[in-house]
Design a protein around this ligand. Sequence first.
Ligand code: ATP
Ligand code: MG
Length: 457
Amino acid sequence: MNIHPTVREAAAIFSQAGKQIYLVGGAVRDLLRRGKAKDWDLATDARPEEVIALFKRPGSFVIPTGIKHGTVTLHFKDLKMEVTTFRSETGYSDGRRPDRVDFGVSIEADLSRRDFTMNAAAYRLPKGPLVDPFNGQVDIKKRHIRCVGNPEERFSEDGLRPMRALRFASQLDFTVDESLLAAIPDALPLTAKVAAERIRDEIDKIIVSNKPSTALRLMEQTGLLSMLIPELAACRGVEQDRINGMGYHRFDVLDHSLLTCDYAAHEGASLPLRLAALFHDIGKPVTAQKNEHGEQTFYRHEKESSRLTRNILLRLRHPNTVIEKTCRLIEEHMFSYDETWTDAAVRRFIIRAGEENLEDLYALRRADAYGTAGKEPSRTFLLPLKNHVEEILAQSKVLSLKDLAVSGKDLMELNIPPGKHMGIILNELLEAVIEDPELNTREKLLEIAGKINGRYL
Ligand code: ATP
Ligand code: MG
């Protein structure tokens, strides 16, 4: 077992004090799965107060992160470890958290309250043995997710577990046991009671995994998608028979959205960009309309997609920064460049999108194109637009009011009072300069401002 030397050192301190100490949870799973671990979860028969006392020493400190549930975070030398006292939980009357936590039983009892067999093996430190009462090692080899014991019972204790199972399927590329999947529909009312933040964390882990569609398809199959993100579930069966700028649509809106999100994941995109990829077309079911030629249209769907996405992300308690970025990308995703675009049109495009969003918008469109055709877009995809944008950005920039050669102060010299009226004039000047950058001199702009002002007198 490839165990971090600092973990071994900390474990030795438990052993010297006559306490049992085991590596558990994700750490054991990841060591068995691929020979290395990223987090270090430990379980012990020492009480939380005992752990705190044991590590009152130089170079270490203990934070009582979840002391009610027996969990403390041990900072020891260069490493952070979660240490949990053996526990057995009883009575989950609300399906959200145990009513009571009992400490100090055995490692076997502790393992039996864990969610999945792959998470329910423990490695006794320093030298073993591996305690694996539910054959987690076999399931890890088979890359298979199975509940510890009866899925209905386990879900009745904690309604988050169905989401955890599907999240692990996407993260680890594991299959999910049929009996586990079959128990999810009846557990939906329990999942509905789980705090939105806990659901959000699972959804975000799905979205940032290598293949989000694995979990999202299982969510659809088990009813979790209709319950948690009905706006996305509604995209099933919405056909798009229209040939658009990116070629012929081969998939319904849901399959298209999943492919687009997987491609963004494949490219290592950020969370907001992946969310934008998943939700960029959710306005389509609402805006679908046949035109006079009998073709399917989705007029202004990007606006509706952005509105619905804002609702979803607010409901799931995402931070504002994520919501704003995601919605901005969705709202701007429908640009379609051709050789008729003038320099002024490109400047307007840059201003609308925001210079800082350009790379993400290109990436979103690549993913969108992949999701449309089901194959890699050509290497020259978007190149004419990118080149034109580069050209414009290389010129002296006039992309906002602050780039104008005149300010409000200059206009006051023309007896234009500050206020709404001046704002209108400044914006007209900006429009003029976007059309023709040559106009951006103090002299020319004051002349134009005078004329505009005259119009309003
Ligand atoms: P990762 O940290 O990579 O998400 P993990 O398996 O370490 O995966 P944690 O949420 O850190 O997951 O939990 C640590 C361990 O605690 C799990 O491996 C599992 O044994 C147990 N566990 C966590 N959440 C639950 C739960 N809701 N029900 C039962 N056991 C749980
Ligand atoms: Mg963990």
